[in-house]
Ligand binder design. Structure first.
Ligand code: IDP
Ligand code: MG
Length: 196
């Protein structure tokens, strides 16, 4: 029954909810242990990944996706789409004046791409580390770019580079209803309680 994987949200009356909230607000300043404090901070992050035309065209989608799944990242959004000049001028706004921008535009619109929203503790950093340096020739072996690319432009994946960028980029490529919040049934074997 795949519904078991969904986050279980118990029915709770507004009255009970207010009580729990009041208890938490008193308890929070009292809980000085790191583990207890962490429970009240939002440590699960979401990040945006794009499988570029260089990944789609070369049939690398499954292998790259498997790396993220193997790592324990949680897929909360995934779809195929055709990028346009308009969305790329926004997404690569920091590069529009660079001489290689027309070439980057052509490359990123050459085939449809696959966009993903991945969730995890410190997901933005974790995914960037897995992605490797921009230029595939400089990226460490073992990273996605290091293992699957030899080019500065045709570097198979995009990954958000900061929490601010991640938020904007997820909203740029997904409608809110396309991001599905859920928790795998086996989350306790991916993280310890204080890590999620
Ligand atoms: P990033 O993808 O590692 O975050 P950015 O500097 O944000 O790197 O550049 C976005 C994308 O633009 C790169 O992934 C790459 O495809 C392309 N790009 C960046 N610099 C160059 C370059 O010097 N020549 C060709 N393409 C480049
Ligand atoms: Mg970038």
């Amino acid at each position: 029954n795949y519904n078991r994987a969904q986050t279980q949200k118990p029915d709770i009356s507004p009255f009970e909810f207010r009580n729990i909230l009041a208890i938490r607000m008193i308890w929070l300043p009292l809980s000085i242990r790191k583990g207890q404090m962490l429970k009240y901070l939002k440590i699960m992050e979401k990040t945006l990944v794009i499988f570029k035309p260089s990944a789609v065209e070369r049939g690398l989608v499954g292998r790259i996706l498997a790396r993220f799944e193997n790592k324990g990242l949680i897929i909360e959004g995934i779809k195929m789409m055709q990028l346009t000049e308009e969305i790329l001028r926004e997404h690569y706004a920091h590069l529009v004046d660079r001489p290689f921008f027309p070439s980057l535009l052509r490359s990123m619109t050459a085939t449809p791409v696959i966009v993903l929203c991945l969730k995890g503790n410190d997901a933005i950093n974790v995914v960037r580390m897995m992605t490797g340096a921009t230029n595939g020739r400089k990226a460490q072996p073992g990273t996605i770019r290091g293992d699957f690319s030899v080019s500065g432009q045709e570097n198979v994946v995009h990954a958000s580079s900061s929490p601010e960028d991640a938020e904007v980029e997820i909203a740029r490529f997904f409608r809110p209803e396309e991001i599905i919040e859920w928790t795998p049934a086996g989350i306790g074997f991916i993280y310890e309680p204080d890590e999620r």
